[in-house]
Design a protein around this ligand. Structure first.
Ligand SMILES: [Zn+2]
Ligand SMILES: [Zn+2]
Length: 374
């Protein structure tokens, strides 16, 4: 199968930190070498990290074409990728952002120290064509539209692997704090796992959107009008349990200072919490409703994660980070999404509509997934 590939293409590029719009440039269409695959992009998702590299010098590599959530069709393969035979020209795929790995180290598929990241430190998918590692591409089912496949390559896989790492039995309670597009996928994956899901947000609109999901949370909490104590009570009620705080809070004395463990004396019902919100207030709230001995999974990107020793030590919280996953995790993510009908609420924009696409980030009422389509 031969495909005609043009010499140049249009790309939405980040020219440096501190910019507020992509620069639409005509650039050469790259040619795949080694283990690379050239993909004709059909859909490319917008992720929070795309805006971070526009706002500040996160990785310091400019200019760079945005988007690390690509889905499209294979149009050419490097020599090694051809020999491996994992992909063929004409196949429809979604791909991870790892790029330029050494192909020899133990951590190669996800944490290779040689790896660059498509859309962040290597040119990404806000362009008509993108180079990906063939080893990082996964064929998508015929039934899955490109616009649905693209968000699974960062948002979807991040939530899937974060949830899976908890190894929870069905009907255990997991909280998801906040309820943006990423979290809507997380809610659905958690429901597909058979978990009881508590969705938390301080904004009414994302809560309403979450309520409309086919696989909706079992409980929705508006953190702006519900105290952590009331939230814990609501979670216990959801589980059919009675709220029984101890009579007295646990107090202690440290030299001249007396102190109270404010969250020690009441039940903390969520077995685990997935944190996708950066603000400290959201972190604090999420900690408050996580059960003693519970696990706190950080997939947000706050500069620091703020957890007091009162919670970390005296409530024995386990805090883990979750990046994305490797190609096998992406295979699993796509398979689970297809099996359970897990979908993003997608808004599509063309390259010419890139300013409207970017504006969705700053629109508090928009919690759908913005995708560029070609
Ligand atoms: Zn991302
Ligand atoms: Zn490596």
């Amino acid at each position: 199968m031969s495909v005609t590939i043009p010499k140049t293409m249009l790309a939405a590029r980040v020219t440096g930190p501190g910019i507020t719009r992509w620069d639409i440039q005509t650039v050469p269409v790259p040619r795949p070498t080694g283990d690379q695959a050239l993909i004709k992009v059909a859909a490319a998702g917008l992720c929070h990290t795309d805006t971070m590299i526009m706002e500040f010098s996160m990785f310091g590599v400019y200019p760079v074409t945005g988007s690390h959530e690509p889905a499209g069709t294979v149009v050419a393969l490097g020599v090694d990728a051809q020999e491996k035979g994992k992909l063929r020209v004409g196949q429809t795929i979604a791909g991870l952002q790892h790029f330029g790995m050494c192909h020899t180290c133990k951590d190669c598929l996800e944490y290779c120290t040689h790896s660059r990241y498509t859309g962040l430190t290597a040119d990404g998918a806000f362009a008509e064509y993108v180079l990906l590692e063939a080893d990082c591409c996964v064929p998508i089912p015929d039934s899955m539209p490109f616009e649905q496949a693209a968000p699974l390559t960062c948002a979807g896989i991040t939530m899937w692997t974060g949830l899976r790492s908890l190894d929870l039995q069905p009907r255990k309670v997991v909280g998801i704090s906040e309820l943006g597009a990423l979290d809507h996928l997380g809610v659905q994956f958690a429901k597909a796992m058979g978990l009881k899901v508590v969705g938390i947000d301080a904004r009414p609109h994302p809560i309403e959107l979450a309520r409309d999901l086919r696989l909706a949370p079992d409980l929705l909490i508006n953190a702006s009008e519900t105290s952590p104590a009331e939230a814990r009570k609501a979670i216990l009620a959801m589980r059919g349990l009675e709220y029984r705080p101890f009579a007295e809070p646990f107090n202690g004395v440290d030299g001249e200072r007396s102190f109270t463990f404010p969250s020690q004396h009441v039940a903390h019902p969520a077995t685990a919490m997935i944190l996708t919100a950066d603000p400290v207030a959201a972190q604090r709230y999420a900690v408050e409703v996580t059960r003693r001995h519970g696990t706190f999974v950080v997939v947000a990107q706050p500069e620091t994660v703020s957890i007091s020793f009162r919670d970390f030590v005296f409530r024995d919280l386990t805090v883990i980070g979750s990046l994305q996953g490797d190609v096998h995790d992406l295979e699993e993510t796509i398979a689970v999404a297809a099996e359970h009908g897990i979908v993003s609420d997608v808004s599509s924009y063309t390259l010419a509509e890139h300013e409207a696409l970017l504006a969705t980030v700053h629109d508090e009422k928009r919690k759908d997934k913005a995708v560029m389509v070609f």
